[in-house]
Design a binder for this molecule. Structure first.
Ligand code: IPE
Ligand code: IPE
Ligand code: MG
Length: 258
């Protein structure tokens, strides 16, 4: 995705650190990229400089996840609640998304990344919407990491939208309400066809979900780190994956006998 990603030969890609077990990696990592503003404030910079540095952290993380064999990365870039921020910050973020997408698309294509965007995309600026449509179409058949960017995304909005769609089909006589089950419901979410995240990482120490993937995170392992998102690097990802590998996932069952 980055220039480095585009030009680094395969042989120079980062191999999986020996402490990590390839067989016990999460298939799908979700990340709440938080702390950009605080990172900037610590340096006496405007908040938006934190967002700019946050893009570099995201490129780094995508690159590492791809190199280490993680199959999907879902990143929370802009929530339905983030419109309440000062107008200049929102405008800066939308412009940043456009610039980064335009600049990185070729590298994404070359690196076989499949990019998709989850959220209410119709409310985004038109220029961004067309870049999103283009990037989604041009990478749709790629076989590398699936990279999902949640933009104007809200978990509750996603659930309401799914309920509406099912209700419309029921009202039209196309669907028996009794036939609605978890599979049918999940098929109406933005994430239809994508496995649920195994691991959720939240940076900057906040211990909340902030309306992210409310349905999909039902059984995700949570890793909260004090690292601010622009500082999220190989060591921080490594620590998150090690933490994940130390967990016992029970899904409501009991631990298997040794
Ligand atoms: C996360 O960083 C980026 C977005 C929500 C767009 P913040 O901007 O929330 O940074 P803090 O939480 O104010 O430090
Ligand atoms: C969550 O971060 C949203 C994104 C990372 C895009 P926020 O900074 O908006 O979350 P709160 O307000 O601290 O819950
Ligand atoms: Mg924040």
């Amino acid at each position: 995705m980055s220039r480095a990603l585009a030009t680094t030969p395969i042989s120079q890609r980062q191999s999986l650190p020996p402490q990590l077990d390839a067989a016990r990696l999460p298939a799908h990592v979700a990340v709440i990229m938080d702390g950009n503003g605080r990172w900037a404030r610590q340096r006496g910079l405007p908040r938006v400089m934190g967002h700019r540095a946050g893009v570099e952290a995201l490129k780094r993380t995508l690159r590492l996840c791809s190199d280490w064999g993680i199959q999907a990365l879902t990143a929370y870039a802009f929530s339905t609640e983030n419109w309440s921020r000062p107008g200049e910050e929102v405008t800066f973020l939308m412009t940043l998304f456009e610039r980064v997408l335009a600049r990185e698309l070729e590298a994404l294509e070359r690196e076989q990344v499949r990019i998709r965007f989850f959220g209410d995309l119709e409310q985004l600026p038109e220029g961004l919407q067309s870049l999103i449509a283009d990037a989604t179409a041009r990478t749709a058949t790629n076989g590398g990491i699936r990279f999902n960017v949640c933009t104007n995304y809200g978990g509750r909005r996603e659930l309401v939208r799914a309920a509406q769609r099912l209700a419309e089909r029921a009202a039209a006589g196309q669907l028996d309400p009794a036939a609605i089950d978890e599979t049918l419901f999940a098929a109406e979410l933005h994430t239809a066809g994508e496995a649920d995240p195994d691991l959720l990482i939240r940076t900057s120490g906040e211990q909340r979900i902030s309306n992210f993937l409310l349905w999909q995170l039902a059984y995700a392992e949570l890793h909260i780190t004090d690292v601010l998102w622009p500082d999220f690097d190989e060591a921080a990802l490594h620590a998150a994956l090690l933490d994940y590998q130390g967990r016992t996932r029970r899904f409501g069952g009991v631990e298997p006998r040794p």
